[in-house]
Design a protein around this ligand. Structure first.
Ligand code: PLP
Length: 362
C-alpha cells in the first residue's frame, strides 16, 4: 500500500490488557484477575444509566439521534451553555480527534507537554501536522515552556488537567494566566477527563472561562467517574463557532443510542458520582500508604490512578501479570521506571499491593 509517511510513523495506542486475554494466556479464571490498568470505575456503571439502557433496547434497529438532543439538553442545563456550544463524541477521544481534524493540516503544528496523554500526538500525526512536545516540570505541564513552544503555524495546544498518566494538576490562576497569553487564533483544548474526582476548591471554572476565551474548548468524558467507558461517550464545550467547526467533521451518528441514553441518565446520578469520588479518595490513600510501606516513590495524583516508581517497570509488570494483577507500564510516556495503577475497590487495591510486595521481594 502507498501510505503517507506521517501515517507510517504513527506508533499505535497501547490499551490496557483485557482481563479475558490474560485469563487465556495464563490459564487463570477471569474472576481471579484484578485489572487496574485503564482508569475504569471500579463501582461499575451508574444504576440510573443501567436502567435507561435496559429501557431502550427495543429501539436499536433505528439510527441514533444524530443531534443528540436529549443528552445535549441535559448537558446544557447542567453547565449553563447553549445546545450550539456542545459537541458529542464517541468517547472524548473522538472529540480530541475532531478538534485535530477541524484545525490541523500538514504544515501546521500542535503543542502538548512531555508525559501528556498519548492521544494528543496520535491525532496530531494522523493529520500530518507536526507535534511539538514541551518539556515537563516535575512530570507536570510547564505552562511557560508550552507558551514558548507555540509557533506561528500552531493551531492547537492540548492540556490535560489532571494529566494522565502522571496525575499532575495545574494551578487555576496559572492556567488562567496562560489562557490570557495564548493568541486567540490558537485553540486551547482543555481535557478534563478526571475533573469529577477533584475536590471542589481544586476545579478550574473552565466552563465560565468560555465567556472570556473564544479559543477555549473544554473536553469531558463519561468514561471515568460516570463509569461508562465501554459505551464510548464524551463531549466538548466551546463557543458556538468552534463547536460548529468540530461538528462539520463529525460522523453523523458518532454516538450510539445506548450511550446517548445512558449518559443523559448518568449526568444527574449525583449519588453515584459522590460514591465514585469517595471510593477513589479512600483507595488513593490506601495505595499511597502501601507504597510508603514498600518504600516506593510515587507522583502525587489528582486522578483515579497513580504513577509509582518501581525500577524495571517491564519486569514488575510481567511479575504482577503472573499473579493476576493487570496494571499499566508507561515506558511509551518516557517513564520506564513507573507503573500507572488505577484506583480500585479496597480488596483490589490490597491484592495489587500484596502482589507488588511479592514481585519486588520486599
Ligand atoms: C481516559 C481519558 C480520556 C477519556 O477518553 P474517552 O475516549 O472519553 O474514554 C480523555 N483524556 C484523558 C487524559 C484520559 O485519561
Amino acid at each position: 500500500m502507498i501510505a503517507p509517511d506521517h501515517i507510517r510513523a504513527i506508533a499505535p495506542y497501547q490499551p490496557g490488557k483485557p482481563i479475558a486475554e490474560l485469563a487465556r494466556e495464563m490459564g487463570l479464571d477471569e474472576r481471579d484477575i484484578v485489572k487496574l490498568a485503564s482508569n475504569e470505575n471500579p463501582l461499575g456503571i451508574s444504576p440510573k444509566a443501567k436502567a435507561a439502557i435496559a429501557g431502550c433496547l427495543d429501539e436499536l434497529a433505528l439510527y441514533p439521534d444524530g443531534n443528540g438532543f436529549e443528552l445535549k439538553s441535559a448537558i446544557a442545563r447542567k453547565y449553563g451553555v447553549g445546545l450550539d456550544q456542545i459537541v458529542l463524541g464517541n468517547g472524548s477521544n473522538d472529540v480530541l480527534e475532531l478538534a485535530a481534524r477541524a484545525l490541523l493540516t500538514p504544515g501546521s503544528s500542535a503543542v502538548y507537554a512531555q508525559h501528556a496523554f498519548a492521544v494528543y500526538p496520535l491525532v496530531t500525526q494522523a493529520c500530518g501536522a507536526v507535534g511539538i512536545e514541551a518539556k515537563a516540570r516535575n512530570f507536570g505541564h510547564d505552562l511557560s515552556a508550552m507558551l514558548a513552544a507555540i509557533r506561528p503555524d500552531t493551531r492547537i495546544v492540548f492540556i490535560a488537567n489532571p494529566n494522565n498518566p502522571t496525575g499532575t494538576l495545574l494551578d487555576c490562576d496559572a492556567l488562567h494566566g496562560f489562557l490570557k497569553k495564548v493568541s486567540p487564533e490558537v485553540l486551547v483544548v482543555l481535557d478534563e477527563a478526571y475533573v469529577e474526582f477533584l475536590p471542589k476548591d481544586k476545579r478550574t471554572p473552565s466552563v465560565a472561562w468560555l465567556q472570556e476565551f473564544p479559543n477555549l474548548l473544554v473536553s469531558r468524558t463519561f468514561s471515568k467517574a460516570y463509569g461508562l467507558a465501554g459505551l464510548r461517550v464524551g463531549f466538548a464545550l466551546a463557543r458556538a463557532e468552534v463547536a460548529d467547526l468540530l461538528n462539520r467533521v463529525r460522523q453523523p451518528f458518532n454516538v450510539n443510542s445506548l450511550a446517548l441514553k445512558a449518559a443523559a441518565a448518568a449526568l444527574d446520578d449525583h449519588d453515584f458520582l459522590a460514591e465514585s469520588k469517595r471510593v477513589n479518595d479512600a483507595g488513593m490513600i490506601q495505595l499511597i500508604e502501601g507504597f510508603q510501606r514498600l518504600g516506593l516513590d510515587y507522583i502525587p495524583s489528582a486522578g483515579n490512578f497513580v504513577a509509582v516508581k518501581v525500577g524495571e517497570a517491564g519486569r514488575v509488570f510481567q511479575g504482577l501479570l503472573k499473579q493476576g494483577v493487570i496494571v499499566r507500564p508507561v515506558a511509551n510516556y518516557a517513564m520506564p521506571d513507573y507503573l500507572r495503577i488505577s484506583i480500585g475497590l479496597p480488596e483490589q487495591n490490597a491484592r495489587c499491593l500484596a502482589a507488588l510486595q511479592e514481585v519486588l521481594n520486599k
